[in-house]
Design a protein around this ligand. Structure first.
Ligand SMILES: Cc1cc2nc3c(=O)[nH]c(=O)nc-3n(C[C@H](O)[C@H](O)[C@H](O)COP(=O)(O)O)c2cc1C
Length: 181
């Protein structure tokens, strides 16, 4: 696995991952251009597991995005500049069940190399292949205060994705220009 093109790119990331998640947030997107859903997320992480570069995200079963995560083999994580904060706020407040998030925010969906969906406004995106899922099990909480995060008992499902590619702003711009008119 050492120094595959994707891993080399990830090792050269200029972003602080804590800032990316906790401050900047991301969009978790699953589905295809024909039918997808996206939501804002800030819980998750990045690392190395089973000799693969991985990202892991946590999605409550109550999210509309959950159905798409379940049906899809691939999902994407998209990161934005501060000027796109409105988009992230909207996608973290409203559900795709009753709102057209693309129409409401002006998000520009584009095909990702692995067949999922990324966005033209994005600063960076990761194409991830689902390789493992696991549900948070309250019986395993070693710190009882964690339970406070689950008043509705909607325990997250963790998705571990192998990072297949990291797309820079430049790569995303190239996808944009390849779109048929
Ligand atoms: C900053 C922020 C971070 C969030 N992080 C998560 C998360 O990690 N996991 C999750 O299940 N929901 C998270 N949410 C909530 C979802 O984004 C929100 O419920 C959204 O409306 C779900 O949309 P959907 O029903 O279309 O999937 C977050 C919301 C915000 C504003």
């Amino acid at each position: 696995m050492r120094n595959t093109p994707t891993l080399l790119q990830l090792k050269n990331l200029q972003h602080n991952v804590y800032t990316m998640l906790d401050d900047d947030w991301m969009l978790v997107t699953a589905g295809s251009l024909e039918s997808f859903n996206t939501m804002t997320a800030s819980w998750g992480g990045f690392g190395v597991l089973w000799n693969k570069p991985v990202a892991f995200v946590f999605v409550r079963p109550t999210r509309h995005t959950y159905q798409f995560m379940e049906r899809s083999e691939v999902f994407t994580l998209s990161f934005f500049r501060e000027e796109s904060r409105d988009i992230l706020q909207f996608c973290g407040k409203y559900s795709g069940r009753d709102t057209d998030k693309v129409k409401a925010t002006g998000l520009e969906p584009l095909p990702s190399p692995a067949g999922s969906v990324i966005f033209g406004q994005s600063l960076m995106a990761l194409d991830c292949r689902k390789i493992y899922t696991s549900d948070i099990d309250p019986a395993k909480f070693l710190d009882s205060s964690i339970q406070r995060n689950y008043p509705a008992h909607d325990y997250h499902r963790m998705y571990i994705g192998e990072i297949l590619s990291q797309l820079s702003e430049q790569n995303i711009a190239e996808i944009t220009t390849k779109q048929p008119l």
